[in-house]
Ligand binder design. Sequence first.
Ligand SMILES: Cc1ncc(C[n+]2csc(CCOP(=O)(O)OP(=O)(O)O)c2C)c(N)n1
Ligand SMILES: [Mg+2]
Length: 573
Amino acid sequence: MKVTDVVAEALVKLGADTMFGVVGSGNFHLTNALISRGVRYVAARHECGAASMADAWARLAGRPALLTLHQGPGLTNALTGITEAAKSRTPLLVLAADVSARAVTSNFRIDVTALAEATGATPARLPSAAFAFDDAVRAYRTARDERRTVVLGLPLDVQAGECTWPGDPELRVAEPAGPSQPQVAKLAAVLAEADRPVFVAGRGARSAAARAALEQLADTCGALLATSAAAKGLFRGNPWDLDVSGGFASPLTAELIANADVLVAWGCSLNMWTTRHGTLIGPRMTVVQVDNDASAIGRHRQVHLGVVGDVALTASGVARLLAGEACGPDEADDSSEAQGPHEPQAGGPADLRSIGYRSDELRNGLAARVRWRDVPYEDESDDTRIDPRTLTTALDDLLPAERIVAIDSGNFMGYPSMFLSVPDQDGFCFTQAYQSIGLGLASAIGSAIARPDRLVVAALGDGGGLMGISELETAVRLGLPMVIVIYDDEAYGAEVHHFGPDGYPLDTVRFPPADLAAIARGFGCDAVTVRSADDLGPVRDWLESRPGRPILIDAKVTSEHGAWWLEEAFRGH
Ligand SMILES: Cc1ncc(C[n+]2csc(CCOP(=O)(O)OP(=O)(O)O)c2C)c(N)n1
Ligand SMILES: [Mg+2]
């Protein structure tokens, strides 16, 4: 068989079914070999867009996407998206065509392995036709089982070679590893003593199984439930959900986390964003980190206890140990409540009892004040521009709850992150591990392909939106009914607010007005320019008719001062 057929057959047998890319001569045959075996191929207009689509798709599907690239510039164009995926531990297999070993003077020659390494991706290569099957299978398994972004270099001469089909690859998937019993016991002891425990769940806890196990354990010891931005939505619907910890946290959330006596990070790195540069971690707080990757423990800050193990297995192991033990100070007073610690409590009367950090009063306080949209503010809208908070609250009311919010980077980004609710952990696509602007539209497209059952909302700045705008053609060509909101301040607002207060010239980061609605119509989108909430009528009409094309909202937003989280963010520069 041809090597391209062997590689394609092996990947399909392993479960690959969705591929993004831009096709040139070097990846033409392999891409077609995959398509002919039933793999869905999505043609992007720029390789970086293809990479971000693949990244978002894989985050939501929970298994590797394929990214197919032409040799040389095909790979370098994709590097920013690949770096974001690698930093986010997205399972992604990059099929990177490469020049033949002997083509030393080719224009397309580039050091693929060095490039992959430089981005934090895992390099792999097909050095010979004879081992093409084994190398391709290993690359896919590394992406899937170790949640890595793998760049598989595919030299043209090897692709054109032949080899024999050795038989189907083994389909076994690596089992998650549980923690050691002594570590489970230590964590149980910490929680048994905790008066005000808070759990912060991160990317490594983004699953229904982890949610169930964490909620059960939190019920047992009265913990409040927060997430990092990457896991936003995980505890939606739980009355003890604090939403996101860190720079995006509402005042009540920040206060409750800072006052915890025990904080357990579950599959969460506790980076400067999640801890607000450490300010949410009090000096007497006991900090525990649970992660299936030993190297993640203590990487961003010191912890008192590190537990190496799968989040769901660890949480259920600790809950089992605590079962039957009173771990909240008030639990003994609560004997009238017949419910045992392991019975589901959400929504039931047992939620009303006081245990750990939980009380009736707090529950009511959370219901009334934990969301940003319930925090009072002075509306700064004027005749020509809408306050981004007012815009986003109006959209939150207008858009269906079953949604996925995909966010680009910039000053604007906290508004959609905090004022648009999401239904669960799959409702938020946050491609911010590399803090690049320009990835948001493509990650929204990848999300829409992964979850056609949900309305996807792309939230972009005018800078990031224009940087990635070529993919508007992809969204229109694919007939994706998505909402694209551009927070248009006619500037790289993040830079304006960073340097403006010190009196620096801002000409390099300000732009003349652009009619983004007209540009969108040129691509074939519906579009509307919004200067007040009254202008949102066409969005309502679009939602009712749901035509098979996107609608772009060019929201001319107020920008007198930077967003509240921005100051925090600049401390990390
Ligand atoms: C690829 C890339 N280039 C430059 C930057 C630096 N940068 C961060 S935010 C920003 C401005 C983004 O402008 P816009 O998308 O309009 O959002 P705003 O800040 O105005 O809300 C820039 C240039 C970056 N993060 N990534
Ligand atoms: Mg802007």
